[in-house]
Design a binder for this molecule. Sequence first.
Ligand SMILES: Cc1cc2nc3c(=O)[nH]c(=O)nc-3n(C[C@H](O)[C@H](O)[C@H](O)COP(=O)(O)O)c2cc1C
Length: 185
Amino acid sequence: MKIVALLGSPRVNGNTSYLTDQALAEAGRLGIETEKIVLAQYQIHPCQGHDGCEDFASCPQEDDTEIVVQKLFEADGVILATPVYFQDVTSQLKTFIDRTHFHWYHDRKMRATCAGTIVVATRSGIEDTTKALAYFITRRSSIGAEQILKVHGFARREGQIRDNVPVVEEASRLGITMAEALLAR
Ligand SMILES: Cc1cc2nc3c(=O)[nH]c(=O)nc-3n(C[C@H](O)[C@H](O)[C@H](O)COP(=O)(O)O)c2cc1C
């Protein structure tokens, strides 16, 4: 059983990454295989808006999108993690989300049965960003909005979130809850 986390932050040692690591570490301790995908380390080009995905056997763009889709869509549990950029997900994550329009047209969904979101902001935009992540999860899987586990915190400098012990604990709990849900299947 495997949980895959998709990290939208380009800061590999950043706040969102740290919380994601806590969740995955706890799941790993319970025997779940885990993987964190740092989107910034993959080549994901923006959707070109052909708006005819159903006419193509594969997306005409050649990049790493399919590699990431394969990992994410085959996972038993998924975590979507992003800092807030301009009240929304980062451009790395939005670019990837747009590219899964193709998979929606080809009836390809994530097979995950549990999901979590992790969002970090300095001040504002948590609600809209969490909603965007939840929308992606509900549109690309059979998971209902009410089933999604949500964690958020406030921080600005890289790694600052470590000092926010309650949020770090919440992220750990998210990992434990998802792992327990998978083990109970
Ligand atoms: C381009 C950019 C846009 C941002 N927009 C917002 C915003 O709209 N609201 C906010 O509260 N913080 C905003 N932030 C701050 C980040 O959300 C914050 O620094 C966060 O801790 C970064 O997380 P990370 O370390 O995981 O990358 C922005 C940061 C950047 C670089």
